[in-house]
Design a protein around this ligand. Structure first.
Ligand code: GLN
Length: 281
């Protein structure tokens, strides 16, 4: 069997299973099995595959058809041009979250103390630490498993970030309690909406990484309240938000006296990030 024949079989199988990304997913799984890239697959489509490769590919295609996220099959996700290990214990990094990192790149300077709350894979703080110089970077997550994954991701990407386990600011102690920037992509989906999510997300990603309480805003409230004791005057706070949460989160920040509250849209034109500065006085 040739590469092209195997790939076509994968596409058909996924299409029959009503996967909307059948072509893309069939390509990505083939890249994974053949340990190569798309260019190679396109250029050498008439080459033969081994029986073992065909068997493995078909098995992985079957998993994907059962709605197991592609990233759980390959164990990896690219984010900000970097590679991140993922598992069922962490949220899979989303491309939309690159918008938050890009805003953080604008708002932070080399050498700053930056805290990432609900760090998950660590994708946000690791990317920031990679593209800035000498950040004093700290990431916090309530999940021990997430902290272990984030530590591995920092190491494989060659950056220094301290990861701490705990419930938001409770993870901090006297040595690391004050920051120039606080950044977070917290769980922000309202509990009633969880049931309506895609099967891939609802049944395979951790509920604690998704659910933000009855109105989805619990973590913004808690993070903004706690920032009074951990963000320096003049410091910046940046959140990823759901498309309909810009106004509610902006209002919370203004009520806490924050200045220059701005909502930033993502590439799809949807509200995606809220950022603001803590006043000096
Ligand atoms: N900060 C991580 C990310 O953006 C995890 C977010 C979460 O678990 N809600 O991918």
């Amino acid at each position: 069997m040739t590469i092209n024949e195997l790939r076509s079989r994968g596409v058909r199988f996924l299409e029959d299973a009503e996967n909307d990304d059948a072509v893309t997913d069939a390509f990505l799984l083939l890249e994974f099995v053949l340990r190569t890239d798309r260019d190679h697959i396109l250029a050498y489509g008439n080459d033969e595959v081994s029986d073992e490769q065909a068997l493995l590919y078909d098995a992985l295609i079957k998993k994907r058809a059962e709605h197991i996220p592609l990233q759980h099959i390959t164990g990896h996700q690219e984010f900000m041009g970097l590679d991140f290990k993922v598992s069922e214990d962490v949220l899979i990094p989303r491309q939309d979250t690159e918008c938050l990192v890009e805003e953080a790149m604008i708002e932070t300077e080399d050498g700053m103390r930056v805290l990432d709350l609900c760090t998950g894979t660590g994708c946000i703080i690791i990317s920031l630490a990679k593209y800035k110089n000498d950040l004093k970077a700290v990431g916090v997550d309530i999940s021990y498993e997430a902290v272990a994954i984030a530590e591995g991701n920092a190491e494989s990407n060659g950056v220094e970030v301290s990861f701490l386990q705990g419930d938001l600011y409770e993870a901090l102690d006297d040595h690391n309690s004050s920051y120039d920037a606080i950044i977070s992509n917290p769980p922000y989906i309202a509990s009633a909406v969880i049931d309506t999510l895609m099967e891939e997300v609802r049944d395979h990603e951790p509920l604690i990484a998704l659910c933000g309480g009855a109105d989805g805003l619990d973590f913004y409230r808690r993070i903004i309240d706690g920032a009074d004791s951990h963000l320096v005057p003049g410091g910046v706070i940046l959140f990823e938000i759901g498309y309909d949460q810009g106004e509610a989160v902006s209002d919370m920040l203004r009520e806490h006296g924050y200045r220059d509250v701005k909502v930033v849209k993502d590439l799809a034109g949807l509200d995606r990030v809220v950022k603001a500065h803590r006043p000096f006085l």
